[in-house]
Design a protein. Structure first.
Length: 580
């Protein structure tokens, strides 16, 4: 039996109790600290990291950001938005690598072992979120010549003169100035050495300043001046001849080696400036020389059964010739505002400026117009050369009225020359295996019924739609609007172009019967790695009856042999990626 008795000891008892309590507390603290240390010394539990976070982690696993779309997918979606293409599209892409091993630019480069489109089109929807497009692999290598790229051309010997208006330069998102930048700069926003004198008709001071700023931003070395508001277009160009002569003296004084002064229409494009400079080097710039660059068949005319040209909107003068022209009465009368009735010269009559300049020079000098032909030369019809325009395999020195005549955007098309050189622009490649022809920068064509490439001088037997045979030399011959046989004796042809039969033997003609399907260049841009992307598009809807084969010069009236592809309910796209 336990009996509780009162605690005795007074203060001594209280002191003993306090000691016991303090000791107990200290012991408990030591034990707790030891337990905590032991727990922390063990490996951490996986629950310490996942407890309370497991649900969130599973959510993240289901919403992981998908990989970015391929470059091909991104480009196709851009084309769809920018150009209003159908959401459902037959699509094909191919990578191309230029091989600089050709000894010279051929009229047609043949590829016999590699088909252009091995598996055909892939029909896709551009609004498919999982769309992942890839170009045909491996890349195809195409043979081209080693030629000048825009950044390697030194054009400091050239001084250009153009007269136009503010409205024309600002129309279509300033497309004309974008075209000029391809042949007046290095393609990288810096001048290639060429200079420009530009006169604007009825432009305000603010408009002149605006155009000057835009040209400088594009890298074009230009002087912008107001044109005489009382002059017509032809008179403004005669006035510009005097301005160029004075500007030439200023540039020569500054050390610029000016050798040619060029009067050109605002819609003349020079795609092969390096080649043009090489051709001009054959002239002695210290002597008088008057040179024309007719490009198209429309740049030639027939008067009194004589074929002649006035230059085709592109006329070049050596410095001595420019000085002589600036002193001619018909030019000075125009500059003073004297009409042809008041003046002594008949050269100030009606007509285009190059015609009026030609008449003025012909009346007062013995100088002949030296011709450097581009796409077309008189005699081509008679000798059987085809009138196939940009698809003819010719490397042009100049293109004229390209937007009006061809609906052609050269600033986009010529971009590929920055990668493979100016010779590869409009170069033709024939994929014999599956009957495709690429005209670089212009078109891609398929011939589902077969195609052949023959020398232009060789007759071709074509099959009419009724099954009977017909033999013809080309799709455009003398009977279908050929030029007159005699060329004006005031024209002098460059020796390189004087042998018409040699041109015939070198030219290759595309021969086919049946349908031709054509995809025209719609867009072109440069990638981050220097590659050039080209988009060729065949629009939905019916084909144009006036341009049945893809090129207006490719058509001959009453042709029953060739047809254009039928209408489609969707747009189709071919993307070519030129790699450095």
């Amino acid at each position: 039996m336990i009996i509780c008795r009162p605690f005795h000891g007074g203060y001594v008892g209280i002191f003993q109790l306090t000691i016991v309590l303090v000791g107990t507390c200290m012991l408990l603290a030591v034990v707790r600290h030891s337990d905590h240390y032991l727990i922390r010394s063990q490996p951490p539990s996986i629950y310490e990291y996942t407890d309370g976070k497991t649900r969130g982690a599973r959510q993240n696993e289901t919403t992981i950001t998908p990989p970015p779309p391929s470059d091909e997918t991104t480009y196709l979606r851009y084309l769809t938005r920018e150009y209003g293409l159908s959401n459902e599209i037959p699509w094909f892409a191919r990578r191309i690598q230029p091989r600089f091993d050709s000894r010279g630019r051929k009229s047609m480069t043949e590829i016999s072992k590699v088909p252009f489109m091995p598996r055909g089109f892939e029909r896709i929807r551009t609004d498919d979120k999982q769309l992942d497009l890839r170009a045909e692999s491996p890349p195809v290598r195409l043979s081209v010549t080693q030629s000048a790229k825009p950044d390697a051309v030194n054009a400091s010997a050239l001084l250009f003169g153009i007269s136009t208006s503010y409205d024309r330069l600002t129309y279509g998102n300033a497309s004309l100035m974008a075209d000029w930048a391809r042949w007046l700069t290095d393609g990288e926003g810096k001048s290639n050495g060429a200079s420009l004198v530009l006169t604007l008709h009825r432009a305000s001071g603010a408009e002149i300043e605006t155009i000057g700023n835009k040209l400088r931003e594009a890298g074009i070395d230009a002087v912008v001046l107001p044109a005489n508001s009382t002059h017509d277009s032809a008179a403004r160009y005669l006035d510009l001849a005097g301005l160029l002569a004075r500007r030439k003296d200023e540039l020569l004084g500054e050390g610029h080696p000016i050798k040619f002064l060029a009067l050109v229409d605002d819609d003349v494009f020079f795609p092969s400036l390096g080649k043009l400079l090489a051709r001009l080097d054959r002239f002695d710039a210290r002597k008088k020389a008057y040179v024309g660059l007719p490009s198209e068949r429309a740049d030639w005319t027939v008067e009194n059964n004589v074929t002649l040209t006035y230059g085709g909107g592109a006329v070049l003068l050596t410095p001595p010739m420019a000085d002589a022209v600036s002193r001619l009465p018909c030019v000075n009368e125009t500059a003073r505002g004297v009409s042809s009735a008041e003046g002594t010269g008949t050269g100030t009559g009606t007509g285009q400026w190059d015609e009026r300049l030609y008449s003025c020079i012909a009346e007062h000098t013995d100088e002949k117009l030296h011709i450097l032909p581009s796409l077309y030369t008189p005699g081509d019809d008679l000798y059987g050369l085809p009138r196939t325009g940009y698809e003819g395999g010719v490397q042009p020195l100049a293109l004229h009225h390209y937007r009006h005549r061809r609906r052609f955007d050269p600033s986009r098309a010529h971009l590929v020359a920055s990668l493979c050189g100016e010779d590869c622009f409009l170069q033709r490649f024939f994929f014999r295996g599956d009957a495709w022809i690429l005209v670089n920068g212009y078109s891609v064509s398929q011939y589902p019924d077969g195609v052949d490439v023959l020398p232009a001088a060789k007759s071709m037997t074509l099959q009419k739609q009724d099954g009977s045979a017909t033999t013809t030399t080309t799709t455009g011959n003398a009977k279908n609007g050929g030029m007159a046989g005699r060329v004006s004796d005031r024209l002098s042809f460059d020796k390189q172009d004087d042998d018409a039969q040699k041109r015939v033997n070198a030219r290759r003609v595309v021969s086919w019967a049946g349908a031709k399907r054509t995809w025209r260049l719609l867009d072109s841009r440069r990638g981050a790695g220097g590659e050039v992307w080209q988009a060729y598009v065949k629009r939905r809807g019916s084909s144009s009856s006036s341009v049945p084969y893809g090129d207006e010069d490719d058509w001959v009236p009453e042709d029953t042999v060739h047809t254009q592809d039928g209408p489609s309910d969707v747009d189709s796209v071919i993307v070519l990626i030129w790699e450095p």
